[in-house]
Design a protein around this ligand. Sequence first.
Ligand SMILES: Nc1nc2c(ncn2[C@@H]2O[C@H](COP(=O)(O)OP(=O)(O)OP(=O)(O)O)[C@@H](O)[C@H]2O)c(=O)[nH]1
Ligand SMILES: [Mg+2]
Ligand SMILES: [Zn+2]
Length: 291
Amino acid sequence: MQGKIIKGIAGFYYVQIGEKLYQCKAKGIFRNKKIKPLVGDNVKIDVLDKENLEGNISEILLRTNELIRPAVSNVDQALVVFAAKNPKPNYNLLDRFLMTMEKQEVPVIICFNKMDLAKEKELELLEQVYENCGHQVMFISVRQEEGIEEIRGLIRGKTTVLAGPSGVGKSSLMNLLQPDANMETGDISDKIKRGKHTTRHSELICVEQDTFVLDTPGFSSLFVDMFEEDEIKEYFQEFFPYEEQCRFQGCSHTHEPDCGVKQALEEGKISRIRYDNYVNIYTELKEKRKW
Ligand SMILES: Nc1nc2c(ncn2[C@@H]2O[C@H](COP(=O)(O)OP(=O)(O)OP(=O)(O)O)[C@@H](O)[C@H]2O)c(=O)[nH]1
Ligand SMILES: [Mg+2]
Ligand SMILES: [Zn+2]
């Protein structure tokens, strides 16, 4: 029988086949091929107990892709959810996330939730910072059900992973998209106080036919150790038009004289926030290489 892993908890994988959910182990493959099943995997299972819906995963079908963080497979796109406010957006984390997704060749839509809490000025700033980053940017409010129809349109017929920090409203969005989902959500002030993440496991939900959404646990930091410092600039698309004007080939846009990117920064054509994040990530990787 063939199905899809919709969640994994404590060594068990839950495989959806039609209307039924089988609780499975992954004995054979795990031991022999050293490949760990991921939420999102299409798998073959041997049914061990028909009554109690228990089985063993015998094969993982070829993945179209597999993400490292969050660890899920077979996704078409990522909806990166940050809050416009509460918690206030961590630009550096967002930029790291965008790079990581791009490197894994997963198309990204940036989604700022909780627009009901933010002032017009704050929303404008977010819009400005990301307008030339090469990704679609959306503003929504789960609470006021604003922008949700647009989201429905964007996810239709695809498998979309919701990812972002804790407390931004990923699970709340999931519950709105699919009221049967019943994802647990948590008050943000409690989360900050206790450092608590409400969602502990990734879970795949069918929103409508052929439309799947993956809710994932929030994250608070992201190492970008799969990058070389010299390739970071390739992920900052708004730099591209100005790189021609750099005096040196392979200019890192950090310390070199006559740098087109720094010139554009001075002229306000490039966001200071994005540029500073670029330098921060570049420097972090360069420092690390010295070890
Ligand atoms: N004001 C406002 N609050 C919202 C909105 N969306 C969600 N919230 C609240 O934000 C809090 C956190 O929401 P969750 O859905 O649990 O956040 P999460 O991203 O799933 O968090 P983790 O599971 O920890 O990663 C809850 O108290 C929600 O009610 C919104 O659009 N506006
Ligand atoms: Mg959650
Ligand atoms: Zn330069």
